[in-house]
Design a protein around this ligand. Structure first.
Ligand code: AMP
Length: 211
C-alpha cells in the first residue's frame, strides 16, 4: 500500500502513521522526522534546514524531493510506504508522481482551534523523538520519556508564533493538494478529531489489513 498522509501540522498524521506502519508492515517516512534527526546529528543537511524549520517555513522543494527520492529507493519501501508530511506543495506532488504512483492520499480533517491546542501541548523526547501531550498523552513521569528515559521538550516550531506561521503555510501551499488528489480520484477524508484508537479503527475499516 502506497499512502500519503495529508493534513495540517498537529492533525495526528505521525501518531497514526507509526501504528499503521506496524500493523501493515510498511515504513513510516516522515520528512519532518528525517530533518529533525539531521538537526540532532548536526549533519550538513541539519545545519542547512534548522533555521527554516524553527521558523515554521518549508524547506526547499529541491532538497525535500531529493531526500524522498533517495528514501523511496531503499528496499523496505518496495512493498509500500506511508509518506507523512510529504508532499507539501504541488511541485512536490508532481515530482512524486514521476517517481512513483500512490494508491491513496488520506486527508486528516481537523479545525485550526484543535491544531493550536494539540501543538502547543505537544512535548517530544530529545533522544528518540517520541511524542507526548500535556493533557492527552502524559508520560508516567513529567518531563521524562516512558520509552527511553530521554528528556521531553517543546519543539521550537510548536511555539505559538511558529504554529500560526505553519498554519498559514499549510493553507497557502499544502491545502491545494486536497483538490489535486481529489481530482485524480485518490483522496479519502478521515475525521482526525477522535482519539487515536478510534481513528485507527476507522482507518482499518477503509483499508482492511491482510491478516
Ligand atoms: P512536520 O514534522 O511534518 O510538521 O515537519 C516539520 C518541518 O519540517 C516543517 O514545518 C517544514 O519546515 C519541514 N518539512 C517537513 N516536510 C516538508 C516538506 N515535504 N517540504 C518542505 N518542508 C518540510
Amino acid at each position: 500500500m502506497k499512502l500519503i498522509f495529508l493534513g495540517p501540522p498537529g492533525a495526528g498524521k505521525g501518531t497514526l502513521a507509526a501504528v499503521v506502519s506496524e500493523v501493515y508492515k510498511i515504513p513510516h517516512i516522515s520528512t519532518g522526522e528525517i530533518f529533525r534527526a539531521a538537526i540532532r546529528e548536526k549533519t550538513p543537511l541539519g545545519l542547512k534546514v534548522q533555521s527554516i524549520i524553527d521558523s515554521g517555513q518549508l524547506v526547499s522543494d529541491e532538497t525535500t524531493i531529493e531526500l524522498v527520492r533517495e528514501r523511496l529507493e531503499k528496499d523496505d519501501a518496495k512493498n509500500g510506504f506511508i509518506l507523512d508530511g510529504f508532499p507539501r506543495t504541488i511541485a512536490q506532488a508532481e515530482a512524486l508522481a514521476k517517481i512513483i504512483g500512490i494508491d491513496c492520499a488520506v486527508n486528516f480533517d481537523i479545525s485550526d482551534e484543535e491544531v493550536v491546542s494539540r501543538l502547543s501541548g505537544r512535548r517530544v523526547c530529545k533522544a528518540c523523538g517520541k511524542n507526548y501531550h500535556t493533557d492527552y498523552m502524559k508520560p508516567t513521569k513529567e518531563g521524562v520519556c516512558d520509552k527511553c528515559g530521554g528528556e521531553l521538550f517543546t519543539r521550537e516550531d510548536d511555539k505559538i508564533e511558529s504554529i500560526s506561521k505553519r498554519l498559514d503555510v499549510y493553507r497557502a501551499q499544502t491545502a491545494p493538494l486536497i483538490a489535486y488528489y481529489r481530482e485524480r480520484n485518490l483522496l479519502k477524508d478521515i475525521d482526525a478529531r477522535p482519539a487515536s484508537e478510534v481513528i485507527l479503527e476507522n482507518f482499518k475499516a477503509v483499508f482492511p489489513p491482510e491478516n
